[in-house]
Structure formats: C-alpha cells, structure tokens
Ligand binder design. Structure first.
Ligand code: FAD
Length: 483
C-alpha cells in the first residue's frame, strides 16, 4: 500500500464488485494509489433509504467486497453520514487528486451527486462518473420526437437496435491501495443485521450476497433454467427464474456481464427462445430505470394523474392481514409469507398479491410499495415503483385498471398442483389440488380430513373476490374519464 502519492478515491455505491467496474478500472489505470470507500448516506435517501432486509444484504455484500479488495491490495473505507460532507473532508485530509464513481439513477442520488461533482471540481479535484448499472444510459434512448419512451416494447426495440451492449470491463485483480486513510468505521458499528430478534434466518438460508454469490447464481440459472425460462418463468413452484434481482440491485453483477454470458451460452447450444425472453426482463429493468430517470416522482405519485381522485380505502385490519399472509386466499398468503421468510417473492405472485391489495382491498398502491421496500432484499426504487404502478394501472404502459387478477384462477393456472401454496402455507398441505386455491369451497369432510377448521387453523377469505371486483370497478368508473 502507498501513502505518499495523492490517491484517487473510488466511491462504491450500487456497484459492489471488482469485475466490469468502470470506475475502479479507470482509477487503477490512472496509476495513482486507490482509496475505495462506501458511505452509508441514509440522510440523503430519506424515505427511500434501504429497509431492514436490504440492510441485511448490504452488510454481507460489503463484507464480501471488503474481502475482495483486501485480496487485491486495498482496504475498504467505511463511513456513515452525509456523503457530500464526508467526501469533502476526506478529499482534504488525504489530498485526493480525483474521485471516481459509477452512476446511480435515483432522484435524490442524482441531485446529491451533481452538487458533489460541482463542488469538488471547483476545488480543482478531478471527478469522473461512469455507467456501471445499465445497458444504455437513459438519455441515449429517445423517440423520434426526442421524448422519453413511455411504452416498453418500442423502448426495448430502440435500445437493442441503437445500442450494442459494451463488453464487460476486465476484472481488477490487483490495485495499489492507499495506506494513509484516516480511521474507518467497522461494519459491525453500523448494526445492519438484526439481533433482537434475529429474524434473518430465512434470508441466510436463501441467499449468498456478494459478487461470488451472484456469479454462481448466474451460472446455475444458465445451466438449469435458461432453456425453459419462457415457459417456466410464470410458475412460482419451479426454480425457473434467475433470482439475480438483489445481486443486480447492489451491483454485484452487471447487466453487461449477464448479457454476454447469455449470448455466449446461446452460441453454444440452447435455443434463442429462453434467452430472448430472459433478456427482455433485463429490458424491463432498463425501462424502469429510464422511467425513474425521466419522471423522478414515479415512486411517490401516480404517473397518470387521473388516479389522484381514486377513492382508496383506509383499511388497517385488511392491510395487516395482507402483510401477515392471512387473507384466506392461499396464493396471496403464500406470496406474502415467502416475502417475509426469504426477502423475495416470485414475479407472478408479486403481481397477484399487489393486485389483491390494490383492487380487492382498495388499499393505496403506495402502502404496498412501502411494505415491499421494507421487506424485499431486492428493493429497488426503479423496479419497485414501476411494478406497483403497473399493477395499479396508473403507471406508464401499465396493465389497465379493469384487468383484475382473480386470485383463485391465477393460483389454479400457475400453481396447478398447489406445490407453491403447500410450501408456504403448510396448514393447507393436506387439501386436494381441486380445492387448494379455494379452501372455503371444500366440503366438511375434506376439510376435516385435511385437519382444517376455517376461521381457526386458516382464515376465511377476507373479502368475496366477486363483490370486491365489482366495488373496484365502480371506483374506477368514477375516475376513468377524468383528465
Ligand atoms: P428474472 O425473471 O430472472 O429476471 C432477470 C432480471 O430482470 C431480474 O433480476 C430483474 O432485475 C429484471 N426484471 C425481471 N422482471 C422485471 C420487471 N417486471 N420489472 C423490472 N425488472 C425486472 N424487481 C426488483 O428488482 N426490485 C423490486 O423492488 C421489485 N418490486 C416489484 C414490485 C411489484 C409489485 C412487481 C409486480 C414487480 C417488482 N419487481 C421488482 C420486478 C420483478 O418481480 C423482479 O425483478 C423479479 O421477480 C426478480 O426475480 P428474478 O431475478 O428471478 O427475475
């Protein structure tokens, strides 16, 4: 490690990896010693600071990053507080010649980072930012009228035809680490992991945060699930999707690495169908980031403002039952319990549970968005807000409001053998497939044989879906013609 020469600070954020990390690579190539830092800046993030499940992930991901940097020759410096102040002090203290980072597209981060850039440049410090998170920058893709895309299909088509995803940058395996940094916090100082109670057992069983965990997840997916992805991706009982979302959110793997790995695999055998279908989901991630960049109020306000007058219900009891996975609708309860236990939920079930909250219970989508934010290990401002606004029907290119998911037929269609329900709602384990998605339709002897007493061992349905649907459509009719 070198202390004498002026260091380049590499500010890690949502790019917790050494491979395909353009900011780190440029710092290494500058020849200056490197001072890598991570700042826990919850003040700037405000309402959208990471929730408890994300903080659990962050702890482990930073620990993995620190280990990789240590092996490469540098120590990760940790500090908690406002990034603008901490960076300014650090630059002064170590006389840094430059600060490099990879861009984050969240509105509060953009405001903060632009100000930091201006201030540091005024002080004669070189500042460079890079694209480490997206296939294309949001300002690179626009319509013929030079406006942002609001519809996914033409957006994705335009992205694919105008941008050839760059090859991932090589892994940085060795750096000249700066040895003169002031005292760092320790990860344990931050108490990011729960202790009393320790509710993270299910998360530990399900995940391996960090770059190595991301790579092995990708390889497992390519080996086992890519070929069948197009048909299996909607079945929550099948391990048919990549589960890369938290790794992507924290930048332990980049979409460029994923893109290249998929293309390499396809050229060696599997058909394009699975690959195209999977890459188009990476495309939804790009689209969501594009929306958030161009419409920074997306997480907080209806994109279509005619929904501003929607008569949402204040239904605390129902909201509580939804969060706890006790609605009496098995597929909804299975999803909410999977979320609580593992910090993740299958995409099909995210849609079903969100639709149930918004339409059957008529609870505002923002309350569901906030609960997901609190409990998901992959909580991502762009993807979460786009997902909720899509289901609510008030987003860009959203499902029309009047298309209301029926939780029974969705369960029957996508979990026909009830395997997903049995895994997460074990009290229904012994029900036959014919009634597993609607236990209240079972006759007395079937319930008795399955040891179920409705209202005691498993709840009665919280609402009658048919009536709830009519109520939701009536509410929709009141606002649908508003400007
Ligand atoms: P795969 O099917 O393997 O897809 C690969 C990657 O593509 C994902 O990891 C993800 O980065 C991206 N992706 C897939 N589907 C979508 C989508 N619909 N929109 C945007 N990107 C997508 N995703 C998050 O990453 N964070 C969230 O906070 C989040 N909240 C959601 C809330 C709701 C109400 C809904 C309906 C969807 C939400 N999604 C969110 C999108 C999607 O459900 C998850 O990305 C997906 O389930 C993650 O599983 P996977 O990695 O196995 O996905």
């Amino acid at each position: 490690m070198t202390a004498a020469k002026e260091p380049v600070i590499v500010w890690f954020r949502q790019d917790l990896r050494l491979s395909d990390n353009p900011a780190l690579l440029a710092a290494r190539d500058s020849g200056a010693p490197i001072l890598p830092i991570y700042i826990l800046d919850t003040e700037t993030e405000g309402e959208w600071a990471p929730g408890p499940a994300s903080l659990w992930w962050l702890h482990h991901s930073l620990s993995a990053l620190a280990g990789s940097l240590e092996a490469a020759g540098a120590r990760l410096w940790l500090k908690r507080g406002r990034a603008d102040k901490i960076l300014a002090e650090l630059v002064r203290e170590v006389r840094a010649s430059a600060v490099y980072w990879n861009r984050v597209y969240e509105p509060a981060a953009i405001r903060r980072d632009s100000q930091i850039k201006t201030d540091l440049k005024e002080d004669g410090v070189e500042v460079r930012s890079f694209n480490g998170a997206l296939l294309a920058e949001p300002w690179e893709i626009s319509t013929k009228q030079d406006t942002p895309y609001k519809v996914y299909t033409p957006f994705w088509r335009a992205l694919k035809s105008t941008v050839t995803p760059k090859e991932p940058a090589p892994r940085v395996t060795s750096v000249d680490g700066y040895g003169g940094a002031p005292a760092s916090d320790t990860l344990d100082d931050w108490n990011l992991r729960p202790t009393r109670p320790d509710w993270a057992g299910g998360l530990r069983d399900a995940w391996s945060p960090g770059e190595a965990g991301a790579t092995s997840r990708l390889n497992r997916f390519l080996d086992k699930a890519l070929t069948g992805y197009a048909s299996n991706r909607d079945c929550p009982a099948i391990d048919g999707t990549s589960s890369l979302s938290p790794h992507l959110h924290f930048g332990e793997i980049s979409p460029r690495q994923i893109w290249q790995a998929v293309e390499d695999r396809v050229s060696n055998g599997p058909t394009r169908e699975g690959a195209d279908s999977f890459l188009s989901e990476i495309g939804w991630r790009e689209f969501s980031h594009n929306l958030l960049y161009h419409f920074p109020k997306f997480p907080d306000e209806n994109f279509q403002n005619k929904f501003d007058g929607f008569p949402w219900a204040e239904n605390e009891e129902a909201f509580g039952a939804w969060k706890a996975g006790c609605t009496g609708y098995p597929i909804v309860d299975a999803g909410m319990r999977q979320l609580w236990e593992t910090g993740w939920m299958h995409n099909r079930v995210r849609m079903i549970t969100a639709s149930f909250l918004i339409k059957d219970l008529m609870v505002h989508w923002k309350r569901g968005e906030a609960w997901f934010w609190h409990t998901l290990v992959d909580a991502d401002l762009a993807n979460n807000s786009a997902g909720w606004q899509w289901v609510a029907g008030c987003g860009a290119d959203a499902a029309p409001y009047f298309r209301i998911f029926n939780p029974v037929s969705q369960g029957e269609r996508f979990d026909p053998k009830g395997e997903y329900v049995r895994r997460w709602v074990p009290e229904l384990r012994d029900l036959p497939n014919s009634v597993i998605h609607a236990p209240w339709t079972a006759d007395k002897s079937t319930l008795r044989q399955a040891s179920i007493t409705l209202g005691e061992t498993y709840p009665h349905p919280l609402v009658d879906h048919k009536k709830a649907r009519e109520r939701a459509l009536e509410a929709w009719n009141k606002i649908k013609d508003a400007a």
